[in-house]
Design a binder for this molecule. Structure first.
Ligand SMILES: Nc1ncnc2c1ncn2[C@@H]1O[C@H](COP(=O)(O)OP(=O)(O)OP(=O)(O)O)[C@@H](O)[C@H]1O
Length: 303
């Protein structure tokens, strides 16, 4: 059975003068998914969101939102979004802001229910200007969900927040997803994508470098990080399959392509070791390898 996507980009190229921000990009957002859009500065993430919001048009290619053209307001009524900047009227109370925004929708989440989902039930009578940065951000993200949107776009939702505020907001976003929301989020924080997204779209230089399930992206790179202690760290580093190594006294940290083969070689070599630990690559490690591979491809084709 084919699932009808909520939004699509087909063969989309977007230029700003001489700059090609997106180059022949295909993307499908399926209902119920939580998609992380990841990429370095200037990769084209915000351009993707602005095309879906209908605030920009593709130079070539087609963008659809709920089957229609996002540039037409009627097709955006079930779209929720939070821009990068939080701008709340400082003298209005939290409850008043939620009611004000909620009144624009025929079927809205009641204020008390939304406040409970986002953990600001005790702040409803506070003026928004008196909230902390994390609380303001949580409110701004909550507002994107008040009209029961079919799709929510979050542009770097936790930028500038401290660790605790970020985690609280992650929990709230995860909860919305569990309640059935479809969410696309961009982030500079790799651990944010790792904590939230099921699917990762890595953009680099305006192209989709990879579009896969999070665990497949991590598996795609295949690098494992090995930690151990050895009285002969140099011998450990010289074993086959070591991509890179660093050392602190007798503690050695290695990236290896095939962890099983490495451990077999290590045991066979009879180099003394203790405290062996092996784990898969983090998204950050996978991401760096993927973008480095893409850069090498671009350089090869340019040459
Ligand atoms: N209005 C504009 N005029 C000219 N160039 C632009 C404009 N908007 C974006 N660009 C360029 O298009 C490219 C993609 O920008 P975009 O903002 O989509 O990337 P991004 O991945 O969101 O970056 P960041 O993480 O820094 O927000 C960049 O080279 C950027 O400089």
């Amino acid at each position: 059975m084919t699932i009808t996507p909520l939004a699509t980009l087909e063969g989309v190229t977007r230029r700003y003068g001489d700059v090609t921000a997106l180059d022949d990009v295909d993307l499908r957002i399926e209902p119920g998914s939580l998609v992380g859009l990841l990429g370095p500065n200037g990769a084209g993430k915000s351009t993707v969101l602005s095309l879906l919001q209908g605030t920009r048009c593709p130079t070539t290619g087609t963008v659809t939102l709920f089957g229609g053209d996002p540039a037409q307001a009627v097709n955006r009524t079930r779209l929720g979004s939070t821009p990068q900047e939080t701008a709340l009227p400082p003298t209005l109370r939290v409850g008043e802001v939620v009611d004000f925004v909620g009144r624009h929708f025929a079927d809205r989440v009641p204020t008390a229910a939304l406040a409970e989902q986002f953990g600001f039930g005790d702040l409803l009578r506070r003026q928004t200007g008196s909230l902390s940065g994390g609380q303001q951000r949580r409110l701004a993200v909550a507002l994107a969900f008040v009209g029961r949107p079919r799709l929510v776009l979050l542009d770097e939702p936790t930028t500038g927040l401290d660790v605790d505020a970020r985690r609280t907001l992650w929990d709230a976003i995860r909860r919305q997803h569990e309640l059935g929301a479809t969410i696309v989020l961009t982030s500079h924080y790799l651990e944010e994508i790792e904590a939230l997204a099921e699917r990762v779209v890595v953009l680099g230089g305006g192209r989709v470098i990879t579009d896969a399930r999070l665990r497949d992206v991590l598996g795609l790179v295949g690098i494992h990080r090995v930690r151990l202690r050895s009285t002969d760290p140099g011998a450990v580093e010289r074993l086959a399959g070591v991509v890179q190594a660093s050392r602190d006294g007798d503690a050695v940290e290695l990236d290896v392509r095939d962890a099983d083969a490495f451990v077999r070689d290590l045991v066979r070599s009879e180099v003394p070791f203790t405290d062996l630990a092996v784990r898969g690559a983090t998204l950050e490690e996978a991401f760096l390898t993927l973008t480095a591979d893409a850069r090498a491809d671009v350089e090869r084709s340019a040459a």
